[in-house]
Each structure stands twice: as C-alpha cells, then as structure tokens.
Design a protein around this ligand. Structure first.
Ligand SMILES: C[S@@+](CC[C@H](N)C(=O)[O-])C[C@H]1O[C@@H](n2cnc3c(N)ncnc32)[C@H](O)[C@@H]1O
Length: 282
C-alpha cells in the first residue's frame, strides 16, 4: 500500500541544508520519522523514490512552520488541520521529535513539555500493565493509547466524540494501526452516553484520557465514574489521566477526582504522578 507523504519542518530543514551543501542525495523520512528513504536533490526541488516531487518553495513553506504537519498531494503541501462543525473546534497535528501531538484549538492533547506523545503514551499504559483481556479506551484522539494497549490485549474498544479528530488521525502515519488493527473497534459518540451500552464487568482495563476538565467536565463527573466502575471487571484497573499534579489546578482536580472515584465504588485509588494521573482498582 502506498502512503501519502507527511512532513514537518523536522524532515524538511535538512533538505535545505543538503541543497546548501550541494549534495545530490539525502536521507529523509516521508512519514514524520517512522521510516527513511533517499531523495534526489534537483535544481527545482527534491524527488522521492515513489516519484513524488516537492518544489523548493513548498519545502521552504513547510520548514517555516514549527507547529504544523503537512500532507503532500500532487506535489502540493496542505496543512493537516480540520475545523469541526460539530464542536466548533480546530484540530491540527503538531510535530515533535517522535510521534506528533494533536492540538484542539491550540490546546495540546498530549504531553509535549519535557516528554513527547510517544513516551507520554508508554507512561499511561505502564500504569495498567499487564494489559490483558478487553480494554476500554474512552477518548481515541490519535489512537496512541488504543494502539499500544492492543499490542497485548485481546481487544480494545475506543470511543471518539469528534469525527474531525479521526480525520486528523487518518493522515497521521503514527496512527495507522488504529485503522489497520482488527483488534481495535472504533466507536463514534460521547463516552458519557455510549458507556451505558456495555454490560456490567465487560472490561479488564480502562484507559480514561479525556480532554482537560474545562473542555469535558462531564467526563470527570461522579455519575460517569459509577458507570466506569460498573463496566470494569472485579480485579480490573482504571487509569485516569488528570494533568500535571504539581500545577495548582492539576493538584486540586486530582484530589477531587480521587474522592469521586472512591465514592463511585473503586476500592483503592493511588496517584501516578509520572503519568499525570491516578490508578483505580475495583
Ligand atoms: C487527550 S485526547 C486523547 C488522546 C488519546 N488517548 C491518544 O492516545 O491519542 C482526548 C480526545 O477525546 C475526545 N473527546 C472529547 N470529548 C469526548 C467525549 N465526551 N467522548 C469521547 N471522546 C471525547 C477529543 O476529541 C480528543 O480527541
């Protein structure tokens, strides 16, 4: 299967340096750092092995944009961003040195300070290891937590509210398994509503990685936690991402999340500050 070129300044700036150094060929990643290919440097631009060419003007445009990733179609770069008519939010893909992050109206949906979305995902997953049986992922986003969980789980159900987020994920090379792995089932809707459809004790693990409290307060509500507890098997575990526990608001929200999870019936709730969240046991 051939994939579209997806590039950011991290991939294109070395192309400008190669031209400066009068090189004829240079290695570059065509998929935001996942793999590399050799491109030919020509007077008008660079040529990729799949035949796609990119003009120097396009390479300069991508290189000048620090906060966006671009998909290249017929030699033309297009910013990966989608305005959602459903939520009135702008979704975009922001490059990092590893997996890109998703921005929702400028707010990062993954940690990027002092870490990157790839290592952020591994920290979240580590809290609920071993990941076995059926997993519920309440907020798909770019699918990183679902993809990582599906490496050892029997099956992962992942829920996304906004189709615009999935449009972004479709263009993200790091999200491919979300669409290719048959062990992942995607649902579109509000986790708050869809959770009612699952039978008691359906899942052995739950990963709850919602947007910030200010964007999705109902996903931090006691009645939603009661539902999370209901669909979790006895002996199961829930990881709940909350945010930086050392920030004033993160610390306050963490305390109230712990209290509400206990009130919702979880037997033990412990802090997992490295993953910016809490772990709850049933
Ligand atoms: C922090 S991101 C999740 C990141 C994800 N775990 C990953 O690995 O990429 C939160 C996602 O939840 C989605 N979302 C917001 N409200 C939701 C809701 N009520 N139900 C399901 N998804 C929701 C947002 O559109 C966003 O894509």
């Amino acid at each position: 299967m051939t994939h579209l070129l997806v590039l950011s300044h991290i991939q294109t700036r070395p192309l400008l340096q190669a031209r400066e150094a009068s090189r004829h060929r240079v290695e570059v990643s065509p998929d935001l750092g996942l793999t590399t290919v050799e491109v030919v440097i020509e007077p008008t631009g660079v040529r990729f092995p799949n035949g796609e060419s990119l003009r120097w003007e396009a390479i300069e445009e991508i290189s000048a944009s620090e906060n966006n990733c671009f998909v290249v179609e017929d030699g033309e770069p297009r910013k990966i961003q989608v305005f959602s008519e459903f939520t009135n939010l702008l979704y975009s893909l922001m490059p990092t040195c590893k997996a890109p992050a998703m921005l929702v109206s400028g707010m990062p949906m993954h940690r990027i300070k002092g870490t990157d979305p790839y290592h952020d995902t591994l920290e979240k997953i580590r809290t609920v290891k071993p990941i076995v049986g059926r997993v519920l992922d309440t907020a798909t986003g770019l699918g990183y937590t679902a993809i990582e969980a599906a490496k050892t789980a029997d099956h992962v159900v992942t829920i996304e509210l906004d189709p615009a987020a999935l449009e972004i994920a479709r263009l993200n090379p790091w999200s491919r398994d979300l669409f290719d792995n048959p062990q992942i089932t995607q649902r579109i809707g509000d986790s708050y509503d869809l959770i009612e459809e699952f039978d008691d004790q359906t899942f052995t693990r739950i990963i709850h990685d919602p947007p910030a409290f200010s964007l999705a307060g109902h996903l931090y509500a006691g009645e939603f936690y009661v539902e999370l507890n209901r669909v979790l098997r006895r002996g199961g575990r829930l990881f709940h991402y909350v945010g930086n526990p050392e920030s004033k608001s993160g610390g306050n929200i963490t305390r109230s999340v712990i209290r509400r999870l206990q009130e919702a019936g979880f037997s033990r709730v412990v802090r997992r500050p490295r993953a910016f969240g809490v772990l709850a046991f049933k």
